[in-house]
Write a protein that binds this ligand. Structure first.
Ligand code: ADP
Ligand code: ASP
Ligand code: MG
Length: 459
C-alpha cells in the first residue's frame, strides 16, 4: 500500500502544525510519500518580494530565515539541528544568490523560481522532524525527483509520462528502502531545468502528479477543513461535509472555483483510478471526503455549489453565424492562439458568446481585431461576472430542476446572464454579476442543502 499525503500551508504553518502532521504521517500504515506546500503566508510574501525586489529582498531573506530556523530550533535537539543546518544552508545560499541575480531576474520564469522557494524549506522541516522521531526520511526537491513541467510562466502543466519515468528512477529506490520522501509541491522543472509553478494552490496538483507517477494506491489531501463541503465554509457557515463524490463532480467544482482543490488536481489521479481523500489535519480522527470513480446515489438535488469570479462575457455578432459554422471555428482558433482558458461557450442565430477571465480580455480582443470585418460585425464585452457551478443528483436528468434553481436565484434579484446545462453530465452552470455571487450561493444553499437537511432530520 502506497499513500501520497499532501499537506497545505496551514497544515505546516507553525511548530505545532508540523508536529501534528508528523504524527499523522507516522500513524499512516504502509509506504508513504509526502508532498508539502510552503508554510502559510510564505508564498504571498515571495510574490510581494518579486513585485519590488530592490526594496523587499533584504527583509524577505531575514523573515524567511528566522521563520524557518525558529521552528527548527524549537523541535530539534542540538545534534539534529546541526544536521538540519547542513541541508538548510546550501538551499538558503541559493535562494539568497537568486534574489541578487540581476541576470536571472530578466528570465520570464524568474518569478516561478522565487515563489517556489517556500516549499524547499517547509519540506526540510518536515523531513528533519520525522528523522528526530526515528524515521528514515529524505527531503527531495522537484528537481531531484524529475517532476517535468511545461507551459507559460506561473501556469505550468506536468508532463505525466516523463515524470513517471524520472520518479521511477529517482524516488522509487528510497521507498523500497523504507524511506519517507518529503517532496516539494507547487512546481516542476522545465526541460531547461528552470522551476515552473503550477499556479497558486498548485501543491494539490503536484501531489496528484506524484501519485500518478508512483502508481499510488491513495492520495490524501490534508487541509484545514473537514473535507469537500457543500459550499465554501467561509461564505456559508452552515456548509456541510460531503462523504463521497465522483471524480467528475469534484473536477467540475474545483475548476469552477472550489478552492479546496487546485483546478487540475483530479485529472492525474482519475487517469489511473487512484482514490483521493480530502481530510482535516487539525482533526485526523474525521474521515473526510472520498473522491473516486463511484459513489452511492444520494438523492440530493444540490450537493455543492462553487463560483468562479472576475470573468468577462465576450459576445461576437455576425449575421452569418447560423449558416456558416466555419466562423465559429475561426473565432475559436483565433482566441486559442493566446492559450487562455475558456470557461463557457454559447451560440445563437447571430452571436457567439464566450466566457474568459477579466485579465485575458485585452489580449483576446487584440486577437479578434485581427479577424476579417466580414466575419465579425460587432464585439461586446461585459466584465465582472461570475460563473456559478451547481453539482447534484439528477440535476441534469430531471425535468423542472433547473426551474427550481433559477426561481431561487430570482428571490435575490440576480439576473442570469448565460446558462450551460447539459454540456456536463453532473453540473449546471450559469453566469451572474460578481456582486450577486454571495447572495446566490447563500440562497441556493439555504433552499436546497439546509432545507433538505431539516427535512431529513424531521423524518
Ligand atoms: P491548503 O493550504 O490546505 O491548500 P486552501 O486554503 O488552499 O488550503 O484550501 C482550503 C480552503 O478552501 C478552506 O479553508 C475553505 O475555506 C476553502 N473552500 C472553498 N470551497 C470549499 C469547499 N467546497 N469545500 C471545502 N473548502 C472549501
Ligand atoms: N505555496 C503555494 C501557494 O501558496 C502552493 C500551494 O500552497 O498549494 O500557492
Ligand atoms: Mg490549497
Amino acid at each position: 500500500m502506497l499513500t501520497v499525503m499532501k499537506f497545505g500551508g496551514t497544515s505546516v504553518g507553525s511548530l505545532e502544525a508540523i508536529e501534528r502532521v508528523s504524527k499523522i504521517v507516522a500513524n499512516t500504515q504502509g509506504n508513504k510519500v509526502v508532498v508539502t506546500s510552503a508554510m502559510s503566508g510564505i508564498t504571498n510574501f515571495l510574490v510581494a518580494c518579486c513585485e519590488d525586489l530592490e526594496y523587499m529582498r533584504k527583509d524577505t531573506l531575514e523573515t524567511f530565515e528566522s521563520k524557518h530556523l525558529e521552528v527548527a530550533k524549537a523541535m530539534l535537539d542540538d545534534k539534529q539541528y546541526a544536521e538540519f543546518m547542513k541541508e538548510f544552508k546550501p538551499r538558503f545560499d541559493n535562494f539568497k544568490a537568486l534574489l541578487y541575480d540581476e541576470e536571472a531576474a530578466k528570465n520570464p520564469y524568474y518569478m516561478d523560481n522565487v515563489t517556489s522557494q517556500g516549499e524547499r524549506f517547509s519540506s526540510l522541516l518536515l523531513c528533519h522532524k520525522l528523522r528526530s522521531m526515528g524515521y528514515q526520511s529524505i527531503a527531495l526537491t522537484s528537481e531531484d525527483c524529475g517532476i517535468i513541467a511545461e507551459g507559460k510562466p506561473l501556469n505550468g502543466n506536468a508532463n505525466l509520462r516523463m515524470t513517471e519515468t524520472n520518479m521511477g528512477i529517482n524516488v522509487m529506490p528510497y521507498i523500497s528502502k523504507g524511506y519517507i520522501p518529503i517532496i516539494t509541491g507547487f512546481y516542476g522543472v522545465t526541460e531547461d531545468d528552470l522551476p515552473l509553478t503550477f499556479g497558486r494552490g498548485g501543491s494539490d496538483y503536484a501531489a496528484a502528479v506524484v501519485a500518478n507517477a508512483l502508481n499510488a494506491d491513495m492520495l490524501e489531501i490534508w487541509t484545514d477543513v473537514d473535507g469537500f463541503m457543500s459550499a465554501d465554509p467561509r461564505v456559508v457557515p452552515h456548509a456541510k461535509k460531503i462523504d463521497e463524490m465522483s471524480y467528475g463532480e469534484a473536477a467540475e467544482l474545483a475548476y469552477f472555483g472550489a478552492k479546496v482543490l487546485h483546478p487540475r488536481t483530479i485529472e492525474p489521479v482519475r487517469k489511473k483510478h487512484i482514490p483521493l481523500k480530502v481530510r482535516n489535519s487539525f482533526k485526523p480522527e474525521e474521515k473526510g471526503t472520498l473522491i473516486s470513480r463511484y459513489r452511492e446515489y444520494s438523492n440530493e438535488l444540490l450537493r455543492s455549489a462553487a463560483a468562479k469570479t472576475d470573468l468577462s462575457i465576450i459576445t461576437i455578432s455576425s449575421p452569418e453565424i447560423a449558416y456558416r459554422p466555419d466562423i465559429v471555428a475561426k473565432i475559436l482558433a483565433k482566441i486559442s492562439e493566446n492559450d487562455d482558458s475558456l470557461y463557457s461557450i454559447s451560440t445563437s442565430l447571430s452571436t457567439v458568446a464566450f466566457l474568459i477571465h477579466n485579465n485575458d480580455v485585452k489580449s483576446t480582443l487584440s486577437k479578434l481585431y485581427e479577424m476579417d470585418n466580414a466575419d465579425v460585425e460587432k464585439i461586446d464585452v461585459t466584465s465582472d461576472v461570475a460563473l456559478i457551478c451547481c453539482v447534484g443528483d439528477d440535476l441534469i436528468s430531471t425535468s423542472g430542476v433547473s426551474g427550481q434553481i433559477f426561481s431561487a436565484v430570482k428571490e435575490v434579484d440576480a439576473n442570469v446572464m448565460m446558462i450551460s446545462e447539459g454540456a456536463s453530465a453532473v453540473a449546471l452552470n450559469f453566469v451572474v454579476r460578481n456582486c450577486d455571487v454571495l447572495p446566490v450561493i447563500k440562497i441556493l444553499h439555504e433552499r436546497f442543502v439546509e432545507e433538505d437537511e431539516d427535512y431529513e432530520e424531521a423524518e
